[in-house]
Design a binder for this molecule. Structure first.
Ligand SMILES: NC(=O)c1ccc[n+]([C@@H]2O[C@H](COP(=O)([O-])OP(=O)(O)OC[C@H]3O[C@@H](n4cnc5c(N)ncnc54)[C@H](OP(=O)(O)O)[C@@H]3O)[C@@H](O)[C@H]2O)c1
Length: 340
């Protein structure tokens, strides 16, 4: 295809949400695709990844990343097909991953696109199990939590993009794995399909009491995706020398004012526990090695994944709002266009 496409569509942040994101916090804009210059490629988005961190970008105030300003294109990673290339690095038809944001098309310098190795898995997995969420699970669990065989590992948002992989890597490492999730279907999925040892529905069960029933000497490892009341229940049940990885705090992302922290820091002292936050990008130099390991486990049938694919670019804002209240079941992805 020549560079003859004229119009692009993108979702921008129209205003900062207060609480849950609403439709009027987003605006669909249309503009001409710029001409591809020397060293650039034109990308057509196939899949747009929707991730909880995007809510943080919509908030002003201190963070590890610069916040969006009203009118900015929503940030995000896509898998895309190269439709036009003015660089030797890529040919038309190549599949790449790039952070062009919520856009149907993108013109970017070639170094901002990363080739996707299609021998590792289906295209969509490049933003899921073999992309940022899978790598987050891999490094967060193995490098921050140091799981040992026989450890009791708890993971929250257990059926989600990161949590489902954490629990399965925990099983590969010989842990007793308990998932915490927000519906009976999600709980059944992590035990019956993914092989977790137990699951707790935090919306209908007393989480702290269930931990006591399920563990004899407490929780050795907690992979925290949610913060809030589930974190408090874990803190009431820590084993000696336990490790807590703070991966995310999704229960607090829509909070108005100051987010809720743990209620009982003294529990850490009694258990001589370690708490560490981390970002997947802290391990960037080793991402390719980890991606290959994850793909190997996938091939061997030791890692399964579930994707929640929403069809149509126009549905991105509503799907994103649903992600922050648990409507998704698996890695949330928007199919923006078909490969052919
Ligand atoms: N540190 C890093 O580098 C890094 C990288 C990627 C992701 N993360 C973090 O990892 C976490 C999981 O991300 P993901 O992409 O895998 O998302 P996900 O788990 O696929 O989706 C988010 C899930 O959060 C749960 N949730 C929503 N509101 C909740 C609440 N009030 N209390 C408890 N759970 C709630 C929902 O599951 P239920 O129905 O089970 O409640 C929802 O499905 C997020 O906190 C994210 O920010 C961190």
């Amino acid at each position: 295809m020549k560079n003859t496409i004229k119009m692009n569509r993108a979702w921008t942040m129209a205003s900062r949400p207060v609480g849950e994101p609403k439709p009027d916090n987003f605006k669909l804009v249309e503009f001409e695709i710029p001409t591809v210059q020397h060293g650039e490629v034109l990308l057509r988005t196939l899949f747009l990844s929707l991730d909880p961190y995007m809510r943080g970008r919509m908030r002003s105030g201190p963070s590890y990343a610069t916040p969006l300003e009203p009118g900015d294109i929503m940030q995000g990673e896509v898998v895309a097909r190269v439709e036009y290339s003015k660089t030797k690095r890529f040919s038309v038809g190549d599949i790449v991953r790039s952070s062009i944001g919520w856009q149907e098309w993108g013109v970017i310098p070639a170094h901002l696109a990363k080739p996707v190795d299609l021998s590792l898995g289906p295209i969509s997995t490049a933003v899921g199990i073999l992309g940022m969420p899978g790598l987050t699970a891999y490094f967060g669990l193995l490098e921050i939590c140091h799981p040992k065989a026989g450890d009791t590992l708890v993971v929250s948002a257990a059926s989600g993009a990161v949590g489902a992989i954490v629990g399965q890597i925990g099983k590969i490492n010989g842990c007793f794995v308990i998932g915490v999730a927000g519906s009976n279907d999600k709980c059944r999925y992590v035990t019956d399909e993914l092989g977790f040892d137990a699951a707790i529905n935090y919306k209908t069960e007393d989480v702290s009491s269930r931990f006591k029933e399920l563990t004899s000497s407490g929780i050795d490892v907690y992979f925290d995706n949610v913060g809030g009341p589930v974190l408090d229940a874990v803190m009431e049940n820590l084993a000696d020398s336990s490790r807590i990885a703070i991966c995310g705090q999704v229960s607090q992302y829509n909070a108005v004012g100051i987010a809720q922290g743990p209620r009982n820091m003294g529990a850490l002292l009694i258990a001589r526990a370690t708490v560490q936050g981390f970002l997947v990008y802290d391990f960037e130099r080793r991402h390719e090695i980890a991606r290959r390991r994850l793909a190997g486990w996938m091939r061997d049938g030791r890692l399964k994944y579930k994707e929640d694919i929403v069809d149509g670019f126009e549905h991105a804002p509503t799907a994103f709002a649903g992600l922050l209240r648990g409507d998704n079941f698996g890695k949330l992805i928007v199919r923006v266009s078909e490969l052919d």
